[in-house]
Design a protein around this ligand. Structure first.
Ligand code: ZN
Length: 192
């Protein structure tokens, strides 16, 4: 089995990266004015690439694009035209309803987790791992209580996503425990 991308696949991947970077122009990770938002989807795609034996291009492209519908004015028709119906479907699966307040969005993520496609489940889990890493690494300006609430939410979501991918779940649990310990001890970077 060839574990490398073909030239054509690399072209599509880079096209998605350029598209996502353009859509997220000027956006920064909340509380981190110098960290471009695009680093987040790049890290999600990078994590998924590192745990995949076979390169799954729709998965990696959707990972790069996973926040464009929720956080930018990206046009779904444009995504479909450039990257296909399958990728648009995956991005839609992991897009929250923007009209709902944050607690409700998180509740919906937990409730709908079991109904996601296997590929969308991987993106969801990788997204949470990267967010937990950010909590550990960057001064996000979150209170200890807010960090613990996020970790509680991520933990509940991971329960619903059980059976998604052994390696990814192992990484999730390792990061979740480390983040929990650091936040409780007040040693995570962003502790207030
Ligand atoms: Zn995300």
């Amino acid at each position: 089995m060839n574990e490398y991308m073909t030239h054509k696949e690399l072209d599509i991947f880079l096209k998605a990266l350029a598209f996502a970077a353009e859509m997220h122009t000027g956006q920064v990770k909340k509380g981190c004015s110098k960290l471009p938002f695009i680093n987040h989807p790049i890290k999600v795609a990078s994590l998924l690439s590192s745990i995949s034996r076979k390169k799954d291009i729709p998965l990696l492209v959707a990972a790069l694009l996973h926040d464009v519908l929720e956080k930018t004015e990206a046009d779904p028709a444009g995504i479909r035209a450039a990257f296909g119906k399958g990728v648009l479907g995956l991005v839609r699966e992991v897009t929250d309803d923007k009209s709902l307040p944050d607690p409700e969005r998180k509740q919906r993520q937990i409730e709908s987790a079991g109904r996601l496609s296997p590929v969308a489940k991987k993106i969801r889990l990788a997204d949470k791992i990267c967010n937990m890493r950010d909590i550990m690494t960057y001064p996000l300006g979150w209170s200890q209580q807010r960090k613990l609430a996020y970790l509680d939410f991520a933990g509940k979501l991971a329960v619903e996503l059980r059976g998604t991918d052994t390696r990814l779940e192992r990484i999730f649990h390792r990061e979740h425990s480390a983040a929990m310990r650091a936040v409780k001890a007040g040693t995570s970077r962003g502790a207030l």
